[in-house]
Design a protein around this ligand. Structure first.
Ligand SMILES: NC(=O)c1ccc[n+]([C@@H]2O[C@H](COP(=O)([O-])OP(=O)(O)OC[C@H]3O[C@@H](n4cnc5c(N)ncnc54)[C@H](O)[C@@H]3O)[C@@H](O)[C@H]2O)c1
Length: 88
């Protein structure tokens, strides 16, 4: 799920609620009024990603897709490293 304004007052609570329901969450925020500190407690969650950007930017779709793709790749790498370590 992409939460535009996820670092804001309402958005940060929405991010929390979606994570609690098992969703993967991308917080897209330009931090014009919201703060990173509102979502600091979520940043260790593997299912949470923060992307700083303006939702009205022309290239935002590509940036979101790139972050989602990169995150999936990181998870696969972590998983395969864990599997390799178990086999040793
Ligand atoms: N403790 C409290 O009770 C408390 C605290 C803060 C706010 N409030 C109230 O909550 C309401 C405001 O909350 P909110 O969540 O609607 O506002 P907010 O400003 O907290 O959240 C909006 C978020 O959207 C982001 N944003 C704005 N334009 C953007 C864009 N183009 N692209 C990407 N991100 C963008 C902002 O950076 C911000 O993080 C007000 O009524 C306020 O008085 C209450």
């Amino acid at each position: 799920m992409v939460v535009a304004g996820g670092s804001g007052f309402i958005g940060s609570h929405l991010c929390e609620a979606l994570l609690a329901r098992g969703h993967r969450v991308l917080d897209l925020d330009d931090h014009s009024t919201g703060r990173v500190s509102n979502v600091a407690h979520l940043r260790d969650n593997d299912r949470f990603v923060l992307l700083e950007g303006d939702v009205t930017d022309e290239d935002i779709e590509g940036r979101v897709a790139a972050v989602i793709g990169r995150n999936k790749k990181d998870k696969k790498t972590k998983r395969s490293k864990r599997t390799k370590n178990k086999k040793k």
